[in-house]
Design a protein around this ligand. Structure first.
Ligand code: AMP
Length: 372
């Protein structure tokens, strides 16, 4: 019988019977919220990923890319196009090539610098598969089935509730831990996945030795961002509610039309009334792209009960156009230079492979997978 109070747990222990206890111990290491601890930035590594399932939108930009751009100047950064993850929901690969190229171009057009950050494609790093497999032994069916995104995806595609969907957070954890990353710039929708990544990292460390830093969702100590859809139902997304999502590729006319159709309520409320969710959303979008004085003016109008939502949406439409149009144009230009895109991707993969190989050596050693 294993001694429960002996620490670390002896190798001969039967983990199956001790699993509940082990689970509690591993969970207790994971205290606090799933945010990254940003007290000490020295040597911290950053990792982020976006699926090439369609055109990038404002949510991708403000949830992830905006922070990528800031972080690339200060940290060792790995930014990945998650092509394998995209297969969980988009098994047809006909458009994958053009989507990957576009998403890469959109990253670059938004301001990512391949000389600073490694920008690469998930399937180019074979070590991902090995770590994913190992981490799968540390992830339990019950907890995976409870993941909100899994339940939601199964609801949306009941005929394709594949194992990749179930283990999506495990693959994501492998992507992060491969670079031993601590900071993961993501939007609010990824909060639970990052919590799971911490749990899996802690479990690995507890069982095999302390080699992974705790990864956490990162937004410079601010709340994680959720860019709402324009129709007031949920968030902007690549493939759902396209008319209520602003894409980085939208032309000026479409941007203005979409913003004009954004849900508001009937009109100005009495002075001092609270904002409804639709109006909160409109102000949130304005806070992302408009100048401070513009935001202040509309805040004041709202507080005085004199706001005209038509005017506000016209202003917001114009500010969105000013924000999106240069990225759209730059993307078109970059997409013409396929040789450049290929070079960026190869250079990124080379850097990411080096980091992944070093981590896997540590992993194998700490697990005792080296036999002679
Ligand atoms: P995905 O498009 O699901 O691959 O997500 C890529 C990144 O964009 C992740 O960091 C997400 O958290 C972020 N993201 C996607 N949609 C939104 C949104 N509407 N608001 C904020 N962040 C988002």
């Amino acid at each position: 019988m294993a001694n429960l109070f002996y620490f670390p747990v002896p190798i001969t222990i039967d983990f199956y019977y001790l699993r509940p206890l082990y689970y509690i111990l591993a969970m207790s290491v994971q205290t606090g919220a799933a945010k990254a601890d940003t007290n000490n930035n020295a040597g911290k590594i950053v990792m982020g990923g976006i699926r090439p399932t369609g055109f990038l939108h404002l949510g991708n930009y403000f949830g992830a890319i905006r922070n990528y751009i800031k972080l690339q100047n200060e940290f060792e950064c790995y930014f990945m196009i998650a092509d394998l993850h995209s297969l969980t929901t988009h098994p047809d690969t006909k458009e994958l090539k053009s989507n990957v190229q576009r998403v890469l171009a959109e990253h670059l057009a938004s301001g990512l610098d391949p000389d600073k950050a490694a920008i690469y494609c998930q399937s180019h790093i074979k070590e991902t598969n090995e770590l994913y497999l190992i981490l799968n032994m540390l992830a339990y069916k019950g907890e995976l089935e409870k993941t909100v995104t899994f339940k939601e995806k199964v609801r949306l595609q009941p005929d394709n509730a594949n194992a990749g969907l179930l283990t999506y957070p495990v693959l994501q954890t492998a992507d992060i831990l491969l670079h031993r990353a601590s900071y993961v710039p993501v939007g609010k929708d990824q909060e639970q996945h990052l919590e799971m990544a911490r749990t899996f990292a802690n479990r690995f460390n507890y069982r095999y030795g302390d080699i992974f830093p705790e990864p956490g969702a990162f937004n410079f100590n601010q709340k994680l961002v959720k860019v709402p859809s324009l129709d007031g139902t949920g968030k902007m997304s690549k493939s759902e509610n396209q008319m209520a999502t602003l894409y980085l590729s939208d032309d000026d006319d479409s941007i203005r039309k979409k913003v004009k159709k954004a849900k508001t309520d009937s009109g100005a409320q009495e002075a001092g009334a609270g904002k409804s969710e639709f109006i909160e959303n409109l102000f949130l979008l304005m806070s992302l792209v408009s100048k401070d004085e513009v935001i202040q003016k509309y805040e004041q109008d709202f507080n005085n009960g004199t706001i005209r939502y038509g005017d506000m949406k016209e202003q917001l439409g114009n500010d969105m156009v000013s924000f999106i149009a240069p990225i759209r144009q730059k993307t078109i230009d970059i997409l013409e230079n396929k040789k450049y895109l290929q070079e960026v991707m190869e250079k990124g993969a080379e850097k990411a492979r080096k980091s992944a190989a070093a981590t896997m050596e540590l992993v194998r050693e700490s697990m005792g997978l080296n036999y002679f």
